[in-house]
Design a protein around this ligand. Structure first.
Ligand code: ADP
Ligand code: ADP
Length: 233
């Protein structure tokens, strides 16, 4: 059964008097552990797609089903809780809480979800060791490099064992070595944890290297799908 099923999604924004069609009859079905990239020019609708798929921005029509639940049919309070448990987000600018340590940033979604502090911290530390930051547990974001901050963000995205991880230009602010580290980790951890990944990126080379399936978005529609079944996922 699919972990993510997007069907018939339309999304428009108003710009002055004009309606801009950002997503047009968009469909995507994702199985557990799949790594899919979405490429396309700036303004193509990649971020919008991730926001709609992640329960952050509602579609005008269509449905988004995550692990069997229709995200946009829930009340907003249920959706927020569902999101914390079932969806992980990685952003271009990390979105870490500056005042919190690495452990606190990773454990925060668990604590918000009612997990006792002790076990949330244990899970956070275990994830930080797995992303190679076992020696940075008590560091705050300002004391970490960009690549390290993004590895904290990857650990945070995985904390609740989500079925789907949505990554919006996760390497857009990293040098190439850190980018490779982050993408290797995302792939390995998502594969080990069985989470599917949708990554928006303008880095076609990274998409070619990591994706099992590549979607190219142009003017709100998928213009090309490239299956790469020979790739290890
Ligand atoms: P991408 O991530 O591919 O660069 P976006 O999804 O950010 O594309 O944007 C797609 C289009 O939708 C752009 O024309 C953008 O200006 C517009 N857009 C995105 N979010 C909003 C919004 N909240 N209000 C109005 N227009 C928006
Ligand atoms: P990204 O760099 O991840 O593509 P964007 O710069 O496209 O992010 O968008 C950042 C935020 O601003 C998003 O929440 C998006 O919905 C909003 N946004 C993007 N374009 C517009 C726009 N033309 N008008 C209003 N809000 C926008």
């Amino acid at each position: 059964t699919p972990v993510l099923q997007i069907e018939g999604v339309d999304k428009q924004y108003r710009r002055g008097d004009e309606q801009v069609n950002v997503l047009v009859d968009f469909d995507l079905t994702l199985a557990a552990g799949e790594f899919v990239t979405v490429t396309g020019p700036s303004g193509a609708g990649k971020s919008t797609l991730l926001h709609v798929a992640g329960g952050l921005d509602p579609p005008d029509t269509g449905s988004v089903v995550v692990s069997g639940r229709d995200l946009w049919a829930m009340r907003s309070s249920s959706r927020a809780a569902f999101r914390r448990r079932n969806l992980g987000f990685v952003f271009q600018f990390f979105n870490l809480v500056p005042m919190l340590t690495a452990v606190e940033n990773v454990s925060l979604p668990l604590v918000l979800d009612g997990v006792p502090a002790r076990s949330a911290d244990t899970r956070a530390e275990e994830l930080l060791y797995r992303v190679g930051l076992g020696d940075r547990l008590r560091h705050r974001p300002a004391e970490l490099s960009g690549g390290q901050m993004q590895r904290v963000a990857v650990a945070r995205a995985l904390a609740a064992r989500p079925s789907v991880i949505l990554a919006d230009e996760p390497t857009g602010n990293l040098d190439s070595r850190s980018s490779t580290e982050v993408l290797d980790l995302l792939r390995a951890l998502s594969h080990e944890d069985g989470a599917a990944v949708v990554m928006a990126t303008h880095d076609e080379a990274a998409a070619a290297r990591y994706a099992v399936r590549r979607l190219r978005l142009v003017d709100g529609s998928v213009r090309a799908v490239d299956e790469a079944p020979n790739l290890e996922r």
